[in-house]
Design a protein around this ligand. Sequence first.
Ligand SMILES: [Zn+2]
Length: 151
Amino acid sequence: MTTHAPNNYTCPICLGVQGAENDQTLILQQDILYKDDAVMVFIASFFIQGSEGHLIVVPTAHYENMYELPDAVGARIFQTAKAYAIQMKQAYNCDGVNVLQNNEPAAGQHAFHYHMHLFPRYESDDLWTHMGNKRLASAKERLEFVQKFAK
Ligand SMILES: [Zn+2]
């Protein structure tokens, strides 16, 4: 199946799933909102202007892209994404939610472990204009969004 991960690829998402915090992954354990035997949800390390604190949903097992994702795992991801989209509506008081999932570099995939983005949307946030304008968020900034989900 199609793969773009280089040989000896150290997967930053697998490291986060395994609980690692080091210079090979941007995921901090504090960023993780949910994890079970198949799925994990965390606050994205990169913030997009106007849509800060977006969520990433991943399988806990390594699959590079949608093409190789087992249907049963895909179903779990969808169920989890739906639940978190609904929670995000309340937690962020956003006006809508976008789902984005990129397969292969031509489609904008940078991390070679399947991941689905959930972007909070606000009236007039102009997200698509700002999509290329991302910055690494600090641990403190991410924690502020984690805490919006803490009930
Ligand atoms: Zn991985």
